[in-house]
Design a protein around this ligand. Structure first.
Ligand code: APR
Length: 245
């Protein structure tokens, strides 16, 4: 590890092509539960009974009760200084992409525009029958909700275990990883593929890789710098935006 905060700030200042990969940890300070942390969602429930196409086919009502609860929880959360710092740095770097595994929409709410949501969005619903897709932020009175066009079952617009990533965001991410000078990996345990392999892709290509995470992860060993702190503190410091009061 060669980079202290001032060194990495220097790298950021001269960087022309920056990719940032985020995970649930970036939204933790906003009150959104992570998946594998102490009170993580997957500590409470078995993901195979809630976040797979098979679970949805077996019991769409139970799946929707859980996703409606998550939407209600996220609806009450606001972006934190980590989200704000990423939205702000976007304008300063000519070639920038924020690749997020988060489905909570907080990056966009913070003002980020160059965003690839590789796991979809919890605010989008898609018909399992006709494929019609739309944004829907309100709660559903009846669960599971049905498509107004064909009567088919609506499903959350997120990527479940065993499913392919959406082609647009996925190819945008791979293209950026193949050219970025620097990759910042923030708030992810790096255990879920293919995002868990993104740091390796960038590193093999010669990009600098920086990690922001209170804990060690599976990609820590290949990083040029690691910051063992909360993204709401570290990201503003890295980008020279002192944390707002
Ligand atoms: N700032 C930065 N990192 C944090 C913070 C914080 N304030 N709080 C926790 N973390 C770190 C944890 O140490 C952990 O390494 O965030 C990481 C969260 O890891 P996970 O809960 O595994 O979430 P994530 O990596 O995003 O999960 C990947 O798994 O369940 C699927 O589709 C789901 O997108 C998700 C994917």
């Amino acid at each position: 590890m060669t980079g202290g905060i001032n060194t990495v700030r220097g790298w950021v200042r001269t960087c022309r092509s920056l990719c940032v990969l985020t995970g649930a940890g970036v939204s933790a300070e906003s009150g959104v539960p992570t998946f594998r942390g102490p009170e993580g969602l997957w500590k409470m429930r078995d993901p195979m009974t809630l976040a797979t196409p098979e679970a949805f086919a077996a019991d769409p009502r139970e799946v929707w009760e859980w996703y409606q609860w998550r939407r209600q929880r996220i609806r009450g959360c606001a972006p934190n200084p980590g989200h704000a710092a990423l939205a702000a740095v976007e304008a300063a770097i000519p070639d920038f992409l924020l690749v997020t595994q988060n489905v909570d929409g907080l990056h966009r709410l913070a003002g980020s525009r160059q965003v690839a949501e590789i796991h979809g969005s919890i605010w989008v619903v898609r018909c399992a029958g006709c494929g019609a897709e739309r944004e829907e932020r309100d709660d559903f009175a009846d669960l599971p909700p049905r498509c107004t066009a064909c009567g088919g079952l609506l499903r959350p617009g997120v990527v479940w275990f065993g499913e392919m990533l959406p082609p647009g965001p996925s190819s945008a991410a791979m293209e950026m990883l193949s050219r970025c000078e620097m990759l910042i990996v923030a708030g992810t345990s790096a255990v879920v593929a293919p995002a868990s392999g993104y740091a390796g892709v960038a590193k093999r290509r010669g990009a600098r890789v920086i990690e922001v995470n209170p804990d060690e992860t599976l990609v820590s060993a290949i990083c040029d710098a690691t910051f063992r702190g909360k993204s709401g503190d570290v990201l503003p410091a890295l980008f020279g935006h002192p944390k707002s009061a």
